[in-house]
Design a protein around this ligand. Structure first.
Ligand code: FE2
Ligand code: FE2
Length: 187
């Protein structure tokens, strides 16, 4: 039997939720929410990176992580500038993704032997997952800021994006030139 159809035009489409007139546009509100999310993630990383740095076997890797820790602290400050430009107080919203990625990194430390190159391979893997998450986030948010006409904010986010890409490339280079090969010879 054919389904009864409602002939009334537009009847099947739910009406958009009414928003109070005083609130900001939905896209801007979404953007601010995502800034709160990455703010939480960056702050979390300022606590996680020292653990990774300490656990690294290779001094080259430890140095690279230490360098990115300092850069990460400037990312936190940059996001505080973004909040300021938005006329808002800095506020962090828990980022479930970053919590998951950093948890995974910590379990890699538990599963690998101290002083081994295999552990470094794991640290690089976990760190690159972090960087790729950040690259995706800052890439989208810089673009959204441009769409919203927030050019100064877009510039700040693009600066951070470039630094995340640089960190990712450094990790790739350390893995390819050194650590992966050393780990392949471990028992
Ligand atoms: Fe960052
Ligand atoms: Fe990063």
């Amino acid at each position: 039997m054919a389904k009864a159809t409602n002939t009334k035009k537009g009847a099947s489409t739910p009406a958009p939720k009414k928003r109070p007139a005083s609130t900001e546009p939905a896209l801007l509100e979404f953007f601010v929410g995502e800034i709160k999310d990455i703010y939480w993630a960056e702050k979390k990383l300022t606590k996680t990176l020292p653990k990774m740095q300490k656990a690294a076997t290779s001094t080259e890797l430890a140095k690279a992580i230490g360098g990115h820790l300092e850069v990460t602290k400037t990312h936190v400050v940059r996001l505080e500038q973004v909040f300021d430009l938005l006329g808002k107080k800095p506020q962090a919203k828990k980022c479930d993704a970053m919590e998951g990625i950093t948890k995974e990194g910590e379990s890699i430390l538990e599963e690998t032997e101290k002083g081994s190159s295999t552990r470094d391979v794991g640290i690089i893997l976990a760190s690159q997952k972090v960087e790729h998450y950040e690259i995706a986030t800052y890439g989208c948010l810089a673009q959204l800021a441009n769409t919203l006409g927030l050019t100064e904010i877009a510039d700040l986010l693009s600066q951070t994006l470039a630094e995340e890409k640089e960190a990712d490339e450094t990790l790739t280079s350390i893995a390819e030139h050194d650590i992966n090969y050393q780990a392949s010879g471990e028992e």
